[in-house]
Design a binder for this molecule. Sequence first.
Ligand code: ZN
Length: 252
Amino acid sequence: MAAVEKSIRVEGLILTHQNYGEADRFVRMLTPDRGKISALARGVRKMNSRKAGHLEPFTVISAQLVQGRGSAWTISQVTTLEAFPSLSCTLESACFASYVAELADRFSDEDTESRDLYRLTVRTLRRLSQAADAYSVLRWFDFRLLDLTGYRPQLRECVGCGRPIAPQPQYFSLSLGGALCPNCGVLDAAALPISMRTLKFFRYYQSRPAADNALVGWPSELWVETDRILNAYFTYILERKINSSEFMAKVG
Ligand SMILES: [Zn+2]
């Protein structure tokens, strides 16, 4: 048996898992100190596995990981610190939670301190598990995430010409990240139209302090327009589609 090279204890949030071999499973977790970690959970799909219940997506765990020479991390011991069982109760809440986990996954790296992203993600799942207004919680997450990752959109002055945005229909530039006045908007073929009302909600959610739980709900008549713009913006930033938001659009 190869000597154990490393053993670490981590706190982490399970983002996804994937079956591997006959009875094993790879789990991907987000940790505050080391960013994203993939680890193998051996035998976890056997009936009598004691680890299985701790390794479902959206569970906050404390785990002991070991790494043999040149091999992947393996989970040797795991306990649950916090679970959100209600997130798996309905297809809708599972979709919402998957969206949060997918974005956290895409915006995180391995071996990178990720305290703020970790805190935001766990907090959002906690709020989703309690909230009646899940849609507003997701948009709150989006704007915090854009701040944290350096993609905070500029919403008060035109990102093209710098002039203040007047109260009239505008455009949203994906490449410049923010509102474009009608004059500049027609020059940017990829820019999306945005109504003044939706732009005001963008500003309002962007300006809320991180700890603010008492948000004015995002009006449902603006959801389609909002989703179109935010999905396009995240897709542009990440250079790939968000699978869970496409799925949400289908079931929703
Ligand atoms: Zn302009």
